[in-house]
Structures are given as C-alpha cells and as structure tokens.
Design a protein. Structure first.
Length: 412
C-alpha cells in the first residue's frame, strides 16, 4: 500500500479508473460508474483529484488537481460532497498495491457515489445488527456463509441444495432475532452491493469469491458492521448465474436471500429449528459452536474492559449533533444496551475533529453523545489523551460534567 501521496502514481491510478469504467460502459447498473475521484492522504490531508472542484479549492498540476482538504471534512473511503462536487473519496494509505484489489477498491466507492441515483438510499438504523455479535447470531451466520461457499463451488442440484441450506440457516437466525431481517437487509443492500460491484469490475471469479467468503471469519473480528462485505457478493454471484437481470429495479426493500429463493423456486422446511440443526451437521456445526463459545468468553472480557474504561471510569463526553464518523467496520462491538464501542475511529462534529487510534470510543445508539477516556490534563491544544487526539473548534471548552470525575464539551 502507498505511503505519502505520490502525484505521479496518482495519475496512473486515475488512468486505471478511466479504463475500469470504460470497460463496464454502464452495463452493470445501467448507468456509468465514472465520476469525480479524489485521493486523500490521511496524515497530511493533501489531496489529488481527477478533475477540478466547483469552488476553486484545488489547483491544476500536470493534468490532475491538488490541494488540501479542510479539517471539517471527514477523510474516509466514502462518497462525499465537498467544494461543490459529489466525489468518491479514497484514503491514499489504504490503496492496495495489487491492481485487481485496487480496481475492486475504486469500483466499490464508485457504486456508493451513484447508489442514490439508483434509488438505493438506505435508511439509518440505530444499533443495527448487534445480534451478529452474539453467540447464536454468529453461529447461524457462519453456517450460512459455509453453505454459500459450497454453493459457489458446486453446480446444478448440488448448488441448489447448498443454497437451500444457506437460506435455511438465514431463516433460522431471523427466527431467533426477529429484527434481523430489516437490519441485515439494509447493510446488504448498501455495503453488500458495493462489494459485489467491486468484485465484478475487478474480474473476481466465482472461485475467488468463494475463497474470500471462506476467509471472512478470520478477516472480520466482529460481524456487526462487516458481514455484508462477505454475504453481499456471494448472493450477487449466485443470482448472476440464474437471473442475470436481477440488478434492474432494485429497491432498499429487496432481500437478496428472498430473491435467490424465488429464482430457484425453493421451499424451506417449516420446522426451522429441527431442519437447521440437522443440516448444520453437514457444515461442522458442532465444532463451530464450541469455538464460538470460547470466542464469546473472550468477548465478555473485552466488553468488561471497555465498560470499565468508557462507561464506569472518568470520561470526556462529546455531544453529537451533526456527526460524521469513519471507522473500521470489522471491529465494532456493542458494549451496552445503549451504545457501541469503536476501537479506532475519526469523528467530526460542531466541536471539531477527534481521532481515536487506540483505547476505543463509545457512541450512543441514538448518536446523541460519545465518550472517550478522560485526559489527565485538558489545557493543551490540540487536546490529547491515551490513544486519542482532539482538535477543538474555536468557541468550545471542556468543563466538569454531572458525574464527579467526568468532563464534557460545551460551547462558551
């Protein structure tokens, strides 16, 4: 992966992006994925763009545009509106050296830039998919993944049988957790479709997709915010083989599993618990369950440590009103009924920018407030604590909070 922003290398990557989107020609989604692309150096906030902005913030230099992105703009792999342009933004330090992975990376964000135009604006759900950090939720999800992996590698009747197993495990999970269908669907139609787009435009084969799915339990320490990166492309590729036009007319209400079930005319056993338990034996279900028990015990110890640090110990409270947040979706962890911990995150709000590199950040599920471990001294600027740095906006100050030992940000 790249380090400092190399403008010559950036030009090469912009040329690659042009070629990626030209090859697609709008065929995948019915519209061109080409558009404004900007690379951001996470450390220096230097940027390189493939076109000019609408406000003159960037300067032309050798066929590209360069400048710096202000602190109030979140730097992340995302679609973002800045300086009058709707960009696909990519962090320079995270761009893969491997050309196929780089294509996947670029195409993923290109989908996010156009998804609203496709009618795929996803509703915000508070504390979505927390069930996928539980023992039972993780168990049934991984069985679904194992069956999907088998389906990707099989053909004809064997493929249909593995698909039926995957849908059975999916239905069992949603029976145990009644809210799961809506919450999972939202992320699959958001990050799942974006990942599928990256796979398709990078030339990822079905076998490679199966291998990536096989690696998911190791790549993702938490499934809550990351599961759709694995299941989305798997369902997409399986739908491609039986219903090539499945992408046309999608809405946020569509469910990839239901679409695949209809396409194969599958009927699931009505006695879900008994049928799912029987089929689980074909996918090493007992060994998986035992390994998840061990993992859950370790998770409880992590939760206890985060509780002590971010809920019970002295904290700095940050009120949230217009929050933007970038985080690693493979590491999030629900720590209380009302909040989730993000081990690493960058947050921007009216009070400034917070960069958390270790120690964790707790955010309330309704995004009303965040917490970090209180600093020993809070006079310096930028303000620093154990594992975090806070750049305060002019007019904000730190004062004692209601609970003794706690601090809170407020406007003067």
């Amino acid at each position: 992966m790249a380090n400092n922003l190399d403008l010559e290398l950036a030009r090469q990557y912009f040329d690659e992006a042009v070629a990626i989107f030209a090859r697609d020609g709008g065929r995948l989604w019915g519209v061109s994925l080409d558009g404004p692309l900007i690379f951001v150096d996470y450390e220096t906030r230097q940027v390189a763009a493939n076109r000019s902005d609408a406000e003159g913030q960037l300067a032309p230099q050798g066929g590209i545009w360069v400048g710096e992105i202000p602190q109030e703009v979140l730097s992340a792999n995302t679609a973002v509106s800045w300086a009058g342009v709707n960009w696909m933004m990519l962090l320079w330090q995270l761009l893969p050296d491997d050309p196929q992975r780089r294509t996947e990376f670029i195409a993923h964000e290109a989908f996010h830039r156009i998804q609203a135009d496709l009618g795929l604006v996803i509703p915000q759900l508070f504390k979505a998919n927390a069930h996928l950090d539980t023992l039972e939720g993780r168990y049934w999800l991984q069985l679904e993944w194992r069956a999907l992996e088998s389906a990707l590698m099989e053909e004809d009747a064997a493929c249909a049988t593995a698909i039926a197993d995957a849908l059975l495990f999916r239905a069992m999970r949603r029976k145990v957790f009644p809210q799961a269908a809506d919450e999972e669907r939202a992320l699959e139609m958001h990050e799942g479709l974006a990942t599928y787009t990256g796979f398709r435009l990078s030339g990822m084969t079905t076998a490679q997709t199966a291998e990536r799915l096989h690696q998911a339990p190791v790549r993702f320490t938490s499934f809550m915010d990351s599961f759709a990166y694995a299941s989305g492309p798997a369902y997409g590729y399986l739908l491609d083989t039986i219903q090539p036009t499945w992408r046309m007319g999608l809405t946020p209400a569509h469910d990839l599993g239901e679409m695949l079930q209809v396409a194969h005319a599958l009927t699931l056993d009505h006695n879900l618990p008994e049928a799912a338990a029987a089929r689980a034996t074909l996918y090493a279900g007992e060994a998986l369950w035992q390994s998840e028990i061990v993992r859950d015990q370790e998770r409880q110890a992590q939760i206890a440590a985060y509780r002590a640090r971010l809920l019970e110990g002295p904290v700095l409270i940050l009120p949230l009103s217009e929050v933007q947040c970038a985080f690693d979706p493979s590491t999030t962890m629900p720590v209380s009924e009302s909040g989730t911990v993000y081990p690493f995150a960058q947050v921007i709000d009216a009070w400034g920018m917070l960069d958390v590199k270790e120690g964790g950040l707790w955010i309330a599920n309704d995004y009303s407030a965040a917490r970090i471990a209180a600093p020993e001294v809070h006079a310096g600027r930028p303000l620093t604590g154990e594992g975090w740095t806070l750049h305060l906006t002019e007019g904000w100050e730190i004062v004692p909070a209601e609970r003794p030992g706690d601090l809170i940000l407020q406007q003067r």
